[in-house]
Structure formats: C-alpha cells, structure tokens
Design a protein around this ligand. Structure first.
Ligand code: ADP
Length: 381
C-alpha cells in the first residue's frame, strides 16, 4: 500500500460490561495521525468507557487495542499495557491539574525522561503553543477556567503522545469562552498533528472539531463519517434527530416519490407502496416573498403562531393555512433579519432534496404526526 497515513489508534471489536450493563458493544474505530476524531452520543451511551479502554484506565474485557500498530491490550489474552506505557495524553473535564505545582511543573510532569535543559525547552515550547508562557510560575488556582484548560492541554501534549484522549474537555467552561477555547484547541491540535480522540455529547462541538465523527447509541457506533456526511445523510431518524429537532411527517411511496404537505418528495431506494417517515429540519423550510420561490417545489401558506428570537436566527411555530393539512404545525428556523409578526400569513417552501426519508418504524401510524419534540432551546451552547 502506498501513500498510507499512519495509524495512531485502533480499537478492534471492543466490548465492556459493568455488572449487567453492556456499556460498549462490539465497537471498532481508528484514528490516523493528524486526525481529530469525535466520539459523540447521548449521556450514558458508553463514550467515556471507550476512552478509558483506549487509555488503559479500564481493563479490556473483549477485543483489542493497538497504538501506532502495536498491540497494547488484548481482551482474549488478558493482556493490557498500563496507561503510562501507552503513550497517551489525557485531558478530562475537570482538567485535574496538580494544585500544589506551578504551571511549569504541571507541564513537566510527563517529561521526567528528558534532561533538565531539554525539559525546560519543551515546557517553553508547549506553553508557547497554548499562549501561556507568561504564566509558567503561576499556580492553577490563580488561573481562569480557560487558562486551566490550556495548561491541561499543554501538559498532555508535552510528552508528544501518540494519541491524545479528551473527555468532554470544554464542558466545564461557560458558553462564550467555550467557543474561543475550542477554536484555539483545534489550532493547537492541527498544528502539532496530534492524533486526537475526543468525547463529547454536544453535536455542534463535534461538527466543529472533528475530521470524522463516530456517533454512538447504546454502546454501539450507529454511524461514522465526516460531519457533513453524518449531518446531511443520516442513516436513521435517531442520527438525524441527534443534531436538530425535526418536523416528523409520514407518507406512502407512489411512483418513487411521496406526497407531503410541503410538496412531492423524491424517495429513491424506497419500495413502491412503502410507508415512510419524513423528517424535515426547521432550517430546511424557507420563507419566500409573495411571487417568490425558486419554482422547484410547492409554496405553502402558513400562519405564524409563535416566534422565538435566537439572536442570529428565529424559530417560528407555524400552522399550515390551506389544503387538507391546514391543522399541521411545523417548526421553521428563519435566518433573515425580518421578524414575521404573530398571526401573520407567510409563505413556505421546502427544497425536496432536504427532506430526510426513512422506512416507517413499526409503531406510530398517524398520517401526519406533530413535530417530534418540544421546541428545543436552540440558543444553548
Ligand atoms: P457516556 O460517557 O456516554 O456518558 P459511560 O461510558 O460513562 O457513558 O457509561 C456507559 C454506561 O455504563 C452507563 O449506563 C453508565 O451508567 C455505566 N457505567 C459507567 N461507568 C460505570 C462504573 N464504573 N460502574 C458501573 N456502571 C458504569
């Protein structure tokens, strides 16, 4: 094989149970050198357990773990290299800095094998990378949350680990700081080409940080791929809804398409006569001016029932105003400056390509179901 990227971490078919709880179920993933990979999923789906198994903080029960193509744990053989011999860097949510050591001595922690001169040089180098060189003699308690996060990152990067493992590294920071710090962190990781596996429950964070995402549900990976691919081509309603609340409709495939209140939607790959679920994201429905629209699909009148202001966008709750679906309520995300008035009539259009169509699940057969979720707090995070 030519032009092959260097494999930093491989997890092969790993499983883990705590008593009766199957926390990780036959999971495989890999991280290549220079990649930032996010393990994403709801709370309790097994993300942290995967990270702990990769680090060696948890004894591997089943499967294999390799770093730089060297086996470091094998469940079948009961063999497991301890964390300090694996060449992993760790950053946890609480940063876990040593309170009684200065910033420089915190960073020096993993550098015992270097002589004094090389150690000092490396400390300065990584503190430069995270823009904290002026704080070398400070103690952690004197630093802000964001600064502590950078020191935790510097300490983890200092020994040049084969893989950096981050467990919800930004969730202890307030929302505004978090955006800045994760941007800074991403730059540091990319510049140093550090292979990174990061755990997060925040889909926006994963899409921002990751080259590839592994989305987990109940201990398993349900989809992996680039943020763009997972967001735009979800393999299931669970994946689609993990990123945004959706408007949920239903229909029957006739001649390769399905009728919906927002027009005819192509349904390639679905059998003739099949019952399907149609998931439409609030951002996929557009407001059009009278006489406007791009002519590609039906324009539907609706009444504005609620308006939620979210800063750079608004979330509208609208009720269709004509046709047999006139009672249908939809959530619409509107990015324009103009704020439609409550009770006013607006015109909606959906790009048919933005509708997400899945086979109907066995339960639930209402022709047109209401939106799947309550209005989410889209302003959070
Ligand atoms: P996540 O990081 O996605 O929130 P975890 O890996 O922490 O998920 O947990 C996965 C499942 O394993 C959960 O049901 C959790 O309650 C359980 N679990 C995690 N750690 C332990 C433990 N030390 N002992 C018992 N159960 C645990």
């Amino acid at each position: 094989m030519s032009n092959r990227s260097t494999r930093a971490l491989d997890l092969f078919d790993i499983s883990h149970t705590y008593g009766d709880v199957r926390a990780v179920d036959q999971l495989s993933l890999h991280v290549d050198e220079g990649e930032v990979i996010c393990l994403l999923g709801p709370s309790g789906c097994g993300k942290s357990t995967v990270l702990r198994l990769a680090a060696g903080l948890e004894v591997l029960q089943h499967g294999r773990v390799a770093m730089q193509e060297r086996l470091v744990a094998d469940g079948a053989l009961g063999q497991s290299l301890p964390p300090e011999l694996r060449g992993v860097g760790l950053v946890f949510q609480d940063f876990a800095l040593f309170p009684h050591l200065t910033v420089a001595r915190n960073v020096a922690f993993g550098l015992a094998r270097l002589d004094a001169g090389a150690r000092t040089a490396r400390i300065e180098e990584v503190l430069d990378q995270v823009d904290m060189r002026d704080y070398a003699d400070a103690y952690p308690h004197a630093l802000s949350g964001g600064q502590q996060q950078r020191i935790a990152l510097a300490r983890a990067l200092a020994p040049q680990p084969a893989v950096l493992l981050l467990d919800e590294p930004f969730s202890g920071l307030d929302a505004r700081l978090r955006e800045q710090i994760r941007d800074d962190t991403l730059h540091v990781l990319k510049r140093s080409r550090t292979a990174t596996l990061m755990v997060t429950h925040d889909p926006e964070e994963a899409m921002f940080m990751a080259d590839r995402i592994y989305l987990m549900q109940s201990g398993r990976v349900v989809q992996s791929g680039s943020p763009d691919a997972i967001y735009h081509r979800p393999v299931s309603p669970f994946v689609a809804r993990f990123f945004t609340a959706t408007n949920d409709l239903a229909g029957i495939v006739v001649a390769g398409a399905v009728q919906s209140p927002l027009g005819v939607l192509p349904a390639p790959g679905h059998a003739e006569g099949a019952a399907v679920q149609i998931l439409i994201r609030p951002e996929s429905i557009h407001l059009v001016a009278p006489g406007g629209g791009d002519g590609t699909s039906r324009i539907v009148p609706a009444l504005v029932e609620e308006v939620r202001f979210l800063g750079n966008s608004k979330l509208l709750v609208v009720r269709l105003a004509s046709g047999e679906n006139r009672s249908l309520t939809l959530r619409v995300r509107h990015a324009g400056r103009h704020l439609p008035e409550l009770g006013s009539q607006i015109l909606l259009q959906l790009d048919p390509a933005d509708a997400l169509i899945f086979p109907e699940s066995r339960e639930g057969s209402d022709q047109y179901r209401r939106a799947s979720t309550e209005i989410p707090d889209l302003s959070a995070g």
